[in-house]
Each structure stands twice: as C-alpha cells, then as structure tokens.
Design a protein around this ligand. Structure first.
Ligand SMILES: [Zn+2]
Length: 716
C-alpha cells in the first residue's frame, strides 16, 4: 500500500502538515498527515476501509493542503502512538487558532471567477476579538471634483459627501459620474438628463423615445454603437436622431453620415440609458444562458460519478472549467440583479435556480441535468464543505470579490429526498449606511420625524433599544446605522452577530458559533467583562440572553438588539412571556422600532387610478383613514423595461417607533396587554406600521397590493 513502514512513520512526520490542522480535529477524526513524497501527501487513517469515512477525511485534507493524498491504514494503537508523538514534539495543541480575517488587503482581482476565496474558519476557536481592517477609506482616495458634480451640488441636488462617494465608485467601475449618482439613488435620471443637457448644451433624449424600434437601432452596426456609445433612436428618412453619451464627438457624427447616409441629430444619452439600450437589443443572451448552451454542447462533461480526487482536482486546477464558470456566473448575475439569496433546489426530476430580489423569489433557470451534481459539488468546494456528505445539512461560506466590491456568501445545504437543496445568502460587506464621515442616521424610507425619535433614543447612555420585525425586514440595517452614529474613539463597542453582516471600523464584532458554544448568551457574559459601553446582540430569543441584556443595561451599558415580533407593542408582551419581570423591562427599555420593507413603485411606469371601495376596505380600519383617501390620487404597478416588468424598483422601510416614556413605563409595569400599551403609545404620538403604510400609498410610493402583501389585509 505504501513505501512507508509504520515504525518509520514517526521520523517521517512533517510538522508543516500537522500544523495545518487542529490537533483536536486529528484526534476526533483519527487521521494524521505524515509527509509529502513524490507529489503525494501520505495520510495515516484509522479504519481506512470505511469508504465514506475515508472520503470525508480526504476531502478535508485536500481542501486544507491542496495536495493529492495517499492513504496509509493505521490501527488505533498506531494512531494513538503517532498523535502522542506529535503532541510531544510540537505542542500544537497550545497554539491558538485565530479567526481568519477577510482578505481585504490582498491583491485585487476583478474577474468574476472565484479568484479570491476565503472563509471565516468555522472550526476556529475565538481566542481574541479581532479588530476589523478596512483598507478603503472612502474619503482619502477620492479624485478631484468634476464639473458635473459641482453643478449638481450647486443645484442642491447632492451633497459633497455623496459626490465623494460617487467619484470613488466611478473611478473603480469606470462608469461616468452622473450615472453612478443615479445608481446610488442620490439623484433621479430626469435630473441627470437635465444637468447633462445644461452642462453640454445638447437636448436630451426623452424617456418615451427610448422605446427604440429594432429596425432603427440596426441602422448602425452593433460594434459601432458599442464602441462610440451612440444609439440610433429614430429616423424620418432624412435625419437620424442619435442618443450619444458624448454628443460632441465630431468624428462619430461624420462616421454616422458615412454609414447611414442620414444627417445625424445628436441628443444626450446618459450612460445608464445607454447600457439599458445595449442590454435590450444586443445582449439579450445573458452570460449564464450562453454557458448553458455551451454545457449542452460540451461532450466532455462526465455525468457518471468520478473518483473524489478527480472531481476535486478538476475544481482546483481547471479554473476555466465550465461548471466553475457556470457556478460563478450564477452568483455574479445574482449580485448584478441585487438578489439577496440564491436557491438551488430539486424539483421533481430537475434542479431549478431562483433568486430573491426585493423580498420576492423568481425562477431564473433550470440547471442542465448533466451538471447538477457537479454544480453542487463545485459550490461546496469553494465554501469548504464536505463534498462526500450528502445526507446531513452543512454550512459553509466564502468571500468573493466582484467589480471591486467584497461579498460574503453563506451557503447551506439541506437533504431533500435523495438530493440536496442549497441556499446561498449574499451579504454585501459594504453598505452605504456605514459611513465614517456621516454621523447622521440614514435609514431608507424613514421620515425626518422618525429619525429624530431614533436619534433621541441613542442619546441615552444606558438601556435597551430593540428593532423588531420578521426576517428580512431590515432590522439589522437599522441597528448598524445606529451603531455607526454612536461609534467614536471614546466608546468601546462590541457586537455578537449571526452572521457578521457588515464590517464596521472601530467596532469589535464577534461571530456566533454554536459548534464552539459561542452563543448570544455566553458572549454577552464574556463581553461584559471587557468593559464595553455599547453592545449589540444579534437577537434576543431566550431568557438567558434577555437577562444578560437587562443586566447590562442596568449596569450602565447601551444594548442594541432585535426581537422577532410583528409590532412594537407585541415586543413588550414577548419579553414578558420570555420570563422577564415587567418592572425590569419597563426600567431598562429605551425604545422599540418595529419595521417592514415595502417595494417601491417604479417611477417610470406607475399609473394613477381610482381604487374601489372594496379595495380600500382591505386596508383602512377607521373612518379617518378612509377619509384620507377621498380626493387623493393613488398609483398602481404596471411594469416596463426599467423595472423588469415588475412594476416596482427597490424597497423602502416603514416604521413604528415607540420611545418608552414615563407613561409607558407605568402601563408596562402594571399591565402587559398589548392593545392597552398601543393605545397609550399612539396617544403619545406613535405612528403605527399600518398608518406608515397608508401614508406610503398616499404619497405614491407604493400600492395597496404591496401593503397587503407586507402588512396583511385589515380584518377588523
Ligand atoms: Zn417600470
């Protein structure tokens, strides 16, 4: 079986390979990496005849060392002797394994393969709270201001900070500044058109003209359109109206005369609209679809199961591997579409891929059956999961750099029938709300009065502030925004999160790890010994965590957390039901923020209409609410090319903010009946989620249907 004889194994052991594993893992799984010889890493394994066991160990060895393993069968006694020898030699057990930090400082690689892959080591023990490294300080690398930006500032449309942010992004992505400002949501496309038009002295293309006829756009060759960013819009047989990103390019205008025989009439076209035209007409086939065609033609894809090593080897050595490219394009396309989750799931006899965008799942494609197993394996390999394990749920993660932004991807599998369902959560590690320079709380959709109430809560030196709502309602974003406001050199902030979603500079962030018994409650106890001022706990879901939070707040700390309830007042009853004394809740709670995310109407296609009585009855619960709709116009969703025919673009938050004042403290201590608390809160000026939702409809930001989807129909 091998060139070694067991007696010589001890001398052959190479510390370098032992150190790649934790000694606990070696003891637990009963294997020892010995040494490398002739391109093989020899690995001693107990019970090596057990194929499943062997494969699981070899997967680990391959993923950790990237070496091709050869197996040496060991008896229990031989193993014990070897492992004892290792411990004596190295004291490897005493060497702490620190959490790996995401490779923010590694050389950049902007391709869309899994070029840069790393993960937060799941098995590591937390020995120290690792500070976060953030290399890209937005303010420092900003290029000098440009004319358009100054003009927009002069018009009061954007702020200096927004311009700085956009310039950095513009520099990184090569997208013109104006279009970046629109993409970031700082200005509207109409405002950009007008600003460009004024700056350059050309009229701009109207949005209605952008529904270009295919036979008009083909008046110019595709290459020419793309190279010069010039899109034919319309023609009367003599002149040709051309939307141009750079309308003052005389050479291009001459070329158009030469190519079409028509007199060109240039209009300004924003870069965003140019991209949209191009996508509509020339790139109807997405990268993923092209790859799917390639897959169906590629005869070399082997469907039958390969040996473990061959499969893994292929993944590692052949980055041009079509399955790898397909997997990567599934992810980058999801990022482009701003999806939050990717579901790869078995359906009858096939696999389908769905993306969740703005809270809604949509089917994207069916995975070619040839590669369904390879696709799952590929994703498991990059997320360092055990590819030989199909019958138990697994978790994994990796970090991906795409278009100069970092994304943390969390994968988990669940056995469904004889197959596995995989869900990939995309966490964007950079979010706009986390802005060192800007200390104002920025919460999407929150009104100025809402923000004032929240800011007032954060001035409290101790107490508990809770954000509440179902999963995906934006609670964490709200808490991060509050953290960003209170963060400065004078305070010590520690967070316990599951997972750490956004890295914040100057804040100690700890990742919950149930396997290592790092839970919300156990972390809270440890953190309190570290003398923090502000603590954020991912979620309060048991009495242990709640007790720790109350204790922390009563001993002078500000605690931020989330609770999984539907309304601000239900949160109070929930906490009491968990087992906390009402008077303790009354004295420690500073405020509760209940929230939801609602899809926003697409501004390009929304349509005015008169709702019917029956429709209104579904959402109003009082005659005052009803009166609010009399004589007020509201909108419905339609669908156009701007919104992918959904009728909605992006989401906004609606809020119910309940600061705990003296009156509320009294009622909480004496009664825990939700509606009584709510009555008092409303009389003190709290706006309910329902009221905020109705206001959003009346302001033309969302629809009755969306209100019902998020808040449910009124059943009173
Ligand atoms: Zn639309």
């Amino acid at each position: 079986m091998s060139s070694f004889i067991p007696e010589n194994l001890k001398e052959s052991i190479n510390k370098e390979y032992i150190n790649k594993f934790s000694i606990d893992i070696l003891k637990q799984e009963k294997f020892v990496p010995i040494n490398k010889q002739d391109d093989f890493l020899y690995v001693g394994i107990v019970d090596a005849e057990n194929r499943e066991r062997r494969n699981s160990i070899l997967t680990k060895v391959i993923l950790t060392t990237k070496l091709k393993p050869k197996v040496i069968a060991l008896t229990e006694e031989q193993f014990d002797e070897l492992i004892m020898f290792c411990e004596e030699q190295n004291n490897v057990a005493d060497e702490p394994v620190l959490i790996k930090i995401e490779p923010l400082n590694q050389p950049e690689k902007s391709d869309n393969q899994f070029g840069q892959v790393d993960q937060l080591n799941q098995d590591s023990q937390i020995d120290a709270v690792v500070p976060n490294i953030r290399s890209n300080n937005v303010a420092s690398g900003a290029p000098p201001k440009k004319k358009l930006g100054e003009q927009l500032i002069g018009d009061g449309l954007i702020t200096e900070e927004q311009l700085t942010m956009a310039l950095t992004e513009s520099k990184q992505t090569g997208t013109p500044i104006g279009s970046v400002l629109v993409k970031l949501g700082f200005i509207h496309i109409e405002q950009l058109r007008e600003a460009l038009s004024r700056q350059q002295g050309y009229a701009h293309v109207e949005s209605k003209d952008l529904k270009v006829e295919p036979n008009v756009i083909r008046l110019l060759p595709e290459d020419f359109v793309k190279e010069n960013q010039a899109v034919p819009i319309s023609t009367d047989g003599k002149t040709i109206v051309v939307g141009m990103v750079h309308p003052d390019n005389k050479q291009v205008l001459n070329d158009i005369i030469y190519l079409t025989g028509l007199k060109p009439f240039p209009l300004i076209l924003t870069h965003i609209e140019y991209e949209k035209c191009i996508n509509n007409f020339f790139e109807t086939k997405r990268e993923t679809e092209k790859l799917m065609e390639e897959i169906s033609l590629d005869e070399n894809i082997i469907i039958m199961e390969e040996s473990l090593w061959n499969q893994v080897e292929k993944e590692f050595e052949d980055e041009s591997n079509i399955v790898a490219r397909f997997a990567s394009s599934l992810i980058t396309e999801a990022i482009e579409k701003k999806a939050s989750d990717i579901h790869i799931e078995p359906r009858n006899d096939k696999y389908v891929v769905r993306y969740r965008t703005d809270g809604i799942l949509r089917q994207i494609l069916e995975v070619p059956s040839k590669i369904e197993n390879l696709l799952i394996s590929r994703l498991k390999v990059v997320a360092r999961m055990d590819i030989a394990e199909h019958r138990r749920p697994q978790d994994g993660s990796f970090t991906l750099k795409y278009n100069n932004k970092l994304y943390n991807l969390r994968l988990n599998t669940l056995p469904v029938g004889s197959k596995e369902k995989m869900v990939i959560r995309i966490l964007r590690s950079e979010m706009r709300i986390v802005n060192k320079e800007n200390k104002k709380i920025e919460i999407v959709g929150a009104l100025e009065e809402d923000i004032k109430k929240i800011e007032l809560m954060t001035t409290s030196p101790h107490g508990i502030i809770l954000a509440t709502g179902p999963t995906g309602s934006g609670k964490t974003t709200t808490l991060y925004s509050i953290l960003n406001r209170v963060n400065n050199e004078m305070v010590n902030i520690t967070t316990v999160e599951d997972p750490v979603e956004i890295k914040l500079e100057g804040i100690n962030q700890i990742q919950v790890n149930a396997k290592a018994d790092i839970t919300f409650a156990s972390c809270m106890r440890a953190i309190l010994r570290q003398d923090p001022d502000i603590i954020m706990v991912g979620e309060i879901r048991d009495i242990e965590t709640l007790d720790a939070a109350i204790y922390a707040s009563l001993t002078g700390h500000l605690v931020l957390s989330t609770v999984h309830t539907n309304t601000a007042t239900a949160t109070i009853t929930r906490l009491i039901n968990m087992g906390a004394a009402p008077y303790l809740i009354a004295s420690s709670l500073v405020g509760v923020i209940a929230q939801r995310l609602m899809r926003k109407l697409c501004p390009m296609c929304k349509e005015l209409y008169n709702p019917t009585e029956q429709e209104l009855e579904l959402i109003v619960s009082s005659s005052e609410d009803y009166d609010g709709f009399i004589g007020n116009k509201i909108y419905k969703a339609v669908g156009c090319s701007n919104c992918d025919d959904m009728g909605y673009v992006g989401r906004m938050g609606i809020y119910e903010i309940m600061p705990i004042n003296r009156e509320l403290k009294k009622i909480i201590t004496n009664s825990n009946i939700a509606h009584e608390i709510e009555e008092i809160a409303v009389s003190c000026g709290m706006k309910t989620l329902q009221r905020s939702g109705l206001d959003a409809i009346l302001k033309g930001e969302t629809t009755i249907n969306e209100y019902i989807r998020v808040l449910g129909a009124n059943n009173e």
